[in-house]
Design a binder for this molecule. Sequence first.
Ligand code: PLP
Length: 367
Amino acid sequence: MGNAPTCREAILAIKPYIPGKPIEEVQRELGIKDVIKLASNENPLGPSPDAVQALRDASEKVYLYPDGNCYYLKESLAEKLKVSPENLIIGNGTDEILKLLAETYLDSGDEIVMADPSFSEYEFAAKVMGGRAIKVPCRNFRHDLSAMAAAVTTKTKLVFICNPNNPTGTIVGKAALEGFLKEVPPHVLVVMDEAYAEYVTAEHYPDSLEFVRNGMNNVIVLRTFSKIYGLAGLRVGYGVAASQIVNDVNRVREPFNVNLMAQAAAIAALKDEAHVGKSLEMNNEGKKYLYNQFEALNLKYVPTEANFIFVNIEKDSREVFKELMKKGVIVRTGDIFGYKDFIRVTIGTQRQNEQFIWALKEVLNEV
Ligand SMILES: *Cc1c(COP(=O)(O)O)cnc(C)c1O
């Protein structure tokens, strides 16, 4: 045997993503039936029943290639968001769009600017292209927009604003964002990642689509069907931007990147506003319940505008994670975000929230 093929140098800087075990495997190993996953910010109510019916109907058509232009999904989205279909790009999850943006805009040695802690996919996408992530520490768990603007150089191609921010749940407000956009030079594309937009209740949350509607051509807004729409398993997300940006990103997109089932379900999910309303209401109730419980336990948490809470448990989160798992509750440890004593927990159904709090109380007494 000769030497194995060598991979690109840039790839060596990437730590492979380590996926958690399937929930079924955790249940089998621990011998418990009722394991709840509050680790990935999925909708605990599941998908809209209309989306499920659309999937049944679409299943007969899977011998056909999907519509490579997502014609009907774009029509539905355009109408709802009050933009033109030419302003839309659909991806195999928002994750794919993040990668497409990196492929479209980053040469080796280029920079992206992002907050820290924030969503790790931005750095991953940059590194795949040999780019460098400039991570600007959050202040009080919020994006420090003036420091982020100051971090922009001639090499900066993309700036990521995760709004609400994952894992902190905080938002960037309208006035601050408008100020920031004035400071950022026009050669920089500002990526507004709004995966949790539908959960936000704060009045000062910006309507960033308005920038696109007004013809601003260095902003792209990303949303997803994985969170409040409950379709994470199907992989569908979208970007809204000036048509020139959409056209450029389309050059690197695979022709059939969004599968047929996903397109059908997304259209149906978008129409079922009652399901979205119910999901939002449950999230708001769950948020209140968890805040009260954390306060009773004397635990500090970051007030959230999303469907997860970043909580300071004042113990090693990996230990707490292991013990919570034994009690059938899976959360996200904070160490991956640089906060070893924090956990990020998805707001679940009332029953799930109660099971989580019960388990947390037990574990904090033990660890
Ligand atoms: C979940 C999430 C996404 C969406 O991912 P998909 O690929 O659409 O499932 C994007 N950004 C953030 C910050 C997220 O938390």
